[in-house]
Design a protein around this ligand. Structure first.
Ligand code: AMP
Ligand code: ZN
Length: 124
């Protein structure tokens, strides 16, 4: 699917970032996924992985998203190393996805936080 066919929500912050309407520090981009540094990092390495397509959260995922999510999750370890996380097992990283109000989600466009680097961290 090309960028033009991807469904965006005009009121969504991360859709605006995906489309370049709001600036971001890009880590990676491909047909399905956009990855950028978190503006308020909790850890020395802290980036966000989002589908280009607007999906509000993990709660909306179905079997049709298996390919997309498989791609995103298998990309995470490669990007973590690229961004400075030390290799497993001494290094590693943390993957978090806040979902819904009780899950602590603030931006309602599905995203995965990838955090790593030497401790202590600000949070997490
Ligand atoms: P969550 O609480 O999981 O919804 O997290 C939203 C994350 O988006 C937070 O860690 C914010 O620091 C981050 N964030 C908000 N606005 C921006 C932005 N313009 N660029 C990069 N990250 C952002
Ligand atoms: Zn969105």
């Amino acid at each position: 699917m090309g960028e033009r066919e991807v469904a965006h929500d005009p009121d969504c912050l991360f859709c605006k970032i995906v489309q370049g309407q709001i600036p971001s520090r890009k880590v990676h981009e491909d047909e399905q996924v956009y990855v950028f540094h978190d503006i308020h990092p909790w850890a020395p390495v802290h980036f966000l992985m989002v589908p280009k397509q607007h999906i509000p959260s993990f709660a909306q995922l179905g079997p049709e998203h298996a390919g997309l999510m498989g791609h995103m999750m298998t990309l995470a370890p490669r990007l973590a190393l690229q961004e400075g996380c030390r290799p497993y097992p001494e290094g590693g990283f943390r993957i978090v996805s806040n979902t819904g109000a009780e899950g602590g989600q603030e931006v309602h466009h599905l995203h995965v936080h990838v955090m790593g680097g030497p401790r202590p961290w600000l949070r997490g």
